[in-house]
Design a binder for this molecule. Structure first.
Ligand code: PLP
Length: 424
């Protein structure tokens, strides 16, 4: 493998998506130098278009006031609909199966209210032990909400001893063995700590064979790896738009509800007026009539200023297409992996799967030099203008995002880490 910086530059020069970097505003240091931003798995960089879309809403608000709800060029009463076609493409759904609303944890609760219905012997909720804490809190509190004991009814699956990632066969074995008492399976499309892509199709199929409902947290998957929610038959999914979708800090989240539930009035749901039939919403009748599809789970009129950057960013995804982004992502992440192997061998352990189909853009590296030296190395690379993130007790996550990162970014990260590990 060619380890030269010039080689990385030549790979960038040949990158067909290279021009997209100019359509993002990348963070800078105090001297105005662009940082090597490798944190898109946490907060994606700002698309230049986002400011235009936000400004349009501000302008309409100034000039139209309340009339903007119906008279704005993109009327606010229908604004959220602008996100649906692109979201459907990203998660493999029909537009009516998805809606942008609320935020991730709120949406997770709303989905569990409808789809986690413990009854008879079937009372448990299956999650992973390393789940992102908010998912764990939501799951545990839902179990308690039903008057159940998490010690019995929260089943937590973890990797085998000495392994970082979950094995599909282990997940399926638990679902088959315990299926009779599992009401709902709730798992991440991409595990946040290791970057592992779970086999959504196989696990969904096994869950459904066992008679469980199944939902996915796609926070780290959407805009990163392809997902086919409709075809796999998952009951629901939730996600945020501030990571790979580049929708801005605390951006409005998203939900998928499978079409087979589109008109189900028997499912309990926490309702609000924005989920009520659009045609009669403004008659202000007291009776709730749910809109068909995912929109029927909406509660409030949407935060238009929060949706604007999401809609702007989704326009970029529609222009490029996830397939082209994924192709670059696989190549770029593979290049980063090769550099790590060649230059940091023995000093870091890759927690992320080596199989390119089983990972997205992020690599998680455990530094094998003890927690404090690892932290010093991380602080050192930050001081050099490189921005990955840190997870205790000694894991650095770095995501070369195909929209705005290049091969030289990967090279500079590994070069800096190499220098800092040697001196820390
Ligand atoms: C996997 C996962 N679940 C849940 C959350 C919490 O999201 P929110 O604060 O939008 O509810 C995050 C946030 O990063 C996450 O990565």
């Amino acid at each position: 493998m060619n380890l030269d910086r010039e080689h990385a530059q030549s790979l960038d020069a040949a990158d067909p998506l290279r021009a997209w970097r100019e359509r993002f505003v990348l963070p800078q240091d105090e001297q105005g130098r662009e940082l090597v931003y490798l944190c898109g798995h946490s907060l994606g960089a700002q698309p230049t278009l986002a400011a235009d879309y936000v400004e349009e809403v501000m302008r309409d608000w100034r000039s139209l006031g309340v009339d903007g709800h119906f008279a704005a060029r993109h009327a606010w009463t229908r604004y959220h609909e602008r996100a649906a076609p692109a979201l459907a493409n990203l998660v493999g759904a029909e537009p009516a199966e998805v809606v942008a609303m609320n935020t991730l944890t709120v949406n997770l609760h709303l989905m569990l209210v409808s789809f986690y219905r413990p009854a008879g012997e079937r009372t448990a909720l299956l999650v992973e032990r390393q789940a992102f804490p908010s998912d764990r809190h939501a799951a545990e509190s839902q179990v308690r909400f039903h008057g159940l004991d998490p010690a019995r009814d929260l089943i937590e699956i973890e990797p085998r001893p000495g392994e970082a990632c979950l094995r599909t066969e282990d997940l399926i074995a638990v679902i088959e063995r315990e299926g009779g008492r599992i009401a709902t399976v709730l798992l991440p499309g991409v595990q946040y700590l290791t970057g592992q892509v779970l086999d959504v199709a196989a696990i969904t199929a096994a869950s459904r064979r066992a008679g469980c409902t199944v939902g996915w947290d796609l926070a780290h998957a959407i805009g990163n790896v392809p997902v086919a929610l409709h075809d796999t038959g998952a009951d629901f999914a939730v996600w945020c738009h501030y990571k790979y979708v580049n929708g801005g800090p605390g951006a409005v989240g998203g939900v998928f509800v499978h079409a087979r539930h589109a008109r189900r009035t028997d499912l309990p749901r926490f309702a609000g007026w924005w989920g009520h039939d659009r045609a009669t919403r403004f008659r202000m009748d007291p009776e709730f009539v749910a809109m068909p599809g995912a929109e029927g789970w909406q509660l409030s009129n949407p935060p238009i200023l929060g949706l604007a950057p999401v809609v702007a960013s989704l326009a970029h995804f529609e222009s490029v297409g996830l397939a082209a982004l994924r192709a670059k992502s696989v190549a770029l992440t593979g290049y980063l992996e090769s550099l790590v192997d060649a230059r940091l061998d023995g000093r870091v352990t890759l927690l992320t799967p080596r199989d390119r189909e089983a990972r997205g853009a992020a690599l998680s590296l455990r530094l094998e030099c003890g927690r404090d030296r690892a932290r010093a190395a991380f602080d050192g690379i930050r001081a050099r203008g490189i921005v990955p993130d840190w997870r205790e007790p000694g894991v650095i996550r770095a995501a070369p995002v195909p929209f705005y990162n290049g091969y030289e970014d990967a090279w500079r990260f590994v070069d800096a880490l190499c220098a800092e590990i040697s001196t820390s």
